[in-house]
Design a protein around this ligand. Structure first.
Ligand code: UDP
Length: 409
């Protein structure tokens, strides 16, 4: 059966919030782009999210067939940890809107554990299939870096949803295997659908021209893009620059805002000071998503030093712009980057090894160019239309197969 209308639940990650500011990042981009690509296929998508302080309208149309519906529960600026208690209210308001508009959904697709609670309830009430994309899972996150803390309810909900969801979307084999290992997930219920990239926006540009538009000189540019928080491992970028022979001619650019005031930024700045690299690192703050191609194109190498990435959109965006990536071999990054062809993957958080890989690229125009070309080519097979096509097949298969609504445990 073809699916006419789907409800997306993304309680805390509004697709209209600017990525790179506060907690907004890859999930916000994913929801917006996937919904838009499904909308292009003719499916009607209603995205339910919580009202927040930047909201202009309660209901906003953001593309063909796609609407964002802001649900008013809790304080607009409530902290992520406070949202769990708001879930029943959110569900009630959502249902009220649905009933007022006489909407019927064929499938509910939830994003992140908080939303998965809502998705599970809604699927049972409406007797429709529940598809879930977790984006990150607490047990994987806590294993990846000592000191990561999570709300106690999180893994309980994740376990329950993994046991009862009709389909789970994983971004990489790593995520799929970790779900089976840590949550006893049934591998038959998991489908691998990698994220995508907007190939029109993220494309190769003239490096000289973009550099002059950003006021950069002839230094070699190492670029970091993303939220600034401990799990992103930014200290490794500074340690890497400190190990490089050519550190005098190298500049690090960090795009993205700090998630907790300036705590992590200050820590990284302090490290740069200790390494005598303070004047070699620029924190440019949050940059509009559509302006990022300028930065990726200005860079010689994009460095992704994360402790964990469930996918790693930044790596794919950089590759789509023809810029090689040097990254930690974690999570989804190893499915995006072809080691030795489109960049390098490092198994250890070792600054010497990172520096060595970065220097190999920036010291050889030929290698930088051929890796850049291979990177773009690889990205060309990963547009959002691919992800949407795979997901719509899953929706159709689910809606034609079973009777839903009796999956409570
Ligand atoms: N991003 C942005 N502006 C910024 C910083 C980041 O638009 O100033 C976007 C970036 O382009 C990417 C997303 O935020 O699409 C980050 O996604 P990623 O998967 O790399 O990390 P996550 O946020 O999911 O941990």
């Amino acid at each position: 059966m073809s699916v006419e209308r789907a409800a997306f639940i993304t309680l805390h990650a509004c697709p209209l919030a600017a990525p790179g500011r506060g907690k907004s990042g890859g999930m916000n981009v994913y929801v917006r782009q996937l919904a838009s690509a499904l909308g292009e296929l003719g499916m009607k998508i209603d995205i339910f999210t919580r009202e927040h302080s930047d909201v202009a309208n309660r209901v906003e149309t953001i593309g063909s067939n796609v609407r964002v519906i802001h649900i008013n529960v809790g304080e607009p600026d409530a902290h992520l940890d406070e949202l769990y208690d708001l879930l029943p209210d959110f569900l009630e308001q959502l249902n009220k809107f649905r009933e007022e508009e006489g909407l019927e959904y064929d499938v509910v697709h939830s994003h992140y554990w908080l939303s998965s609670w809502v998705g599970r309830e809604l699927s049972q009430e409406l007797a429709i299939p529940h598809v879930v994309t977790f984006h990150t899972l607490s047990l994987i996150k806590m294993q990846s870096r000592a000191g990561e803390e999570e709300q106690s309810e999180r893994s309980v909900i994740e376990t329950k949803v993994i046991a009862t969801a009709d389909r789970i979307i994983a971004f990489s084999p790593h995520e799929r295997d970790a779900m089976a290992r840590l949550y006893a997930a049934d591998a038959n219920k998991i489908t691998l659908v990698p994220c995508g990239v907007d190939l029109e926006v993220f494309r190769p540009l003239n490096q000289k021209a973009v550099r002059s538009s950003l006021g950069l000189n002839g230094e070699k540019i190492l670029l970091y893009v993303g939220r600034v928080e401990p799990i992103k491992g930014l200290d490794l970028l500074v340690e890497t620059a400190a190990q490089m022979d050519s550190e005098d001619g190298v500049r690090m650019i960090v795009v993205g805002a700090d998630v907790n005031g300036d705590r992590e930024m200050d820590r990284v700045r302090q490290l740069a000071r200790e390494k005598d690299l303070e004047d070699k690192i620029d924190f440019v703050g949050q940059v509009d998503h559509d302006d990022l191609p300028l930065y990726y194109n200005a860079a010689d190498v994009c460095v992704v030093p994360s402790y964990y990435e469930s996918f790693g959109l930044v790596a794919l965006e950089s590759m789509a712009c023809g810029t090689p990536v040097v990254a930690t071999r974690v999570g989804g990054l190893s499915t995006i980057i072809h080691h030795g062809r489109t960049g390098y993957l490092k198994s250890w958080r070792c600054p010497e090894a990172f520096a060595n890989s970065v220097e190999m690229i920036i010291s050889s125009n030929g290698l930088q160019q051929s890796m850049g070309e291979a990177a773009r080519k690889r990205a060309e097979g990963m547009g959002w239309d691919n992800a949407a096509a795979l997901i719509s097949v899953e929706y159709s298969a689910l809606t034609s197969s079973t009777t839903y609504g009796d999956n409570s445990d």
